[in-house]
Write a new protein. Structure first.
Length: 340
């Protein structure tokens, strides 16, 4: 679902500002404009920030300085002198013009910029709300930038997630085998960046992925031979998962799914049982290295959902989680994506 309850929107045909107050289905929402409530198709609405940068102007404004061809960034691997430290994602807005000659944003050009003295292999992925969109494997040398691809500007509304896994071009035993970095862009964040570079007459905006490729983590190893000789049974960690209970990709926390004898329980006892079941299957999902987990918590008062979300914010294995409209669960489920 593109919009959520509480989002500020612009009605396209009337150019009026409003607010989403309810979700009707996948294609329609209830909107309130100046105290008047009415249903609207989502393709009739825009985010106010997106509209500001993409709509054609009704009246001409003072024209800005022209951009000449020698100012346009080249779309190939080039040496970089702009950044002198770290690895970055650079975004170059591509401006078009309307009939009055005013600028509108068409797309964003994405560059991977390596401002370090080390070269890297990289595995780059772009996804929207958990759905993969683009992937590229290549290498970027020291003090160079690499053009990745273009993103249509309207896709910024879907909060794109950029993920990169880096490995060294020249392996070093003292350095980590790989390093993962990610960046999730929010629409308002991008629009404010575009406003900023226009005001400062800059060609691009950027976000740092990391400063320095990390060293290898050295783990202290425990001598298990003494435990074995003392009569303790020692299991090999790599085979421990064979003895675990099977994990689930979807868990339903409705009480009738957890126990038959729940009607006599108090609200506190019900919540406690639901949270213990969630913790159990969360730990199993992590132990089995699942990529994702769906938790069905229902709607109700939202207490169980809020408790689960608070727990997820403290879990280091959680990359992202989202509670959005789903065809099977409505708003009664949270999708969790893990990182290992």
């Amino acid at each position: 679902m593109k919009f959520e309850i509480g989002d500020k929107v612009v009605v396209r045909h009337s150019n009026e500002d409003g607010e989403v107050i309810d979700i009707i289905n996948d294609n329609m929402v209830m909107v309130e404009v100046r105290g008047v409530k009415f249903p609207a198709y989502i393709d009739q609405l825009d985010f106010p920030y997106y509209k500001r940068f993409t709509e054609k102007k009704l009246f001409p404004e003072k024209k800005k300085a022209k951009t000449y061809i020698d100012q346009v960034p080249r779309e190939k691997v080039t040496a970089t002198t702009k950044q002198s430290d770290g690895v970055w994602l650079f975004f170059w807005p591509k401006f078009g013009t309307d009939e009055f000659g005013d600028e509108i944003v068409d797309l964003l050009k994405v560059h991977l910029v390596n401002g370090t003295s080390t070269g890297y292999h990289f595995d780059y992925k772009l996804s929207y709300q958990g759905e993969p969109e683009f992937e590229l494997k290549n290498q970027v040398y020291n003090n160079q930038d690499f053009y990745l691809h273009d993103i249509p500007f309207e896709k910024v509304n879907d909060s794109p997630l950029f993920e990169c896994v880096f490995t060294l071009l020249s392996p070093d035993k003292k350095k980590a085998e790989f390093f993962e970095a990610s960046l999730k862009l929010r629409p308002k964040q991008v629009f404010s960046k575009v406003e900023e570079i226009k005001a400062k007459n800059l060609p691009s905006f950027s976000f740092k992925l990391f400063d320095v490729y990390p060293d290898k983590t050295v783990e202290d190893k425990l001598d298990m031979s003494k435990l074995s000789s003392s009569g303790y049974k020692v299991y090999e960690a790599s085979k421990a998962r064979q003895h675990l209970e099977p994990a689930k990709y979807v868990i339903d926390l409705h009480m009738e799914k957890l126990t038959d004898d729940w009607k006599s329980l108090s609200s506190f006892e019900i919540l406690d049982m639901q949270l213990k079941a969630f913790e159990k299957y969360y730990e199993l999902a992590v132990a089995h290295h699942q990529p994702s987990l769906v938790v069905i918590h229902g709607l109700g008062s939202g207490r169980l959902r809020d408790e689960i979300h608070e727990i997820l914010r403290r879990k280091k294995e959680v990359k992202t989680f989202v509670n959005q409209y789903h065809a099977s669960y409505g708003y009664g489920a949270t999708e969790i994506y893990f990182q290992y």
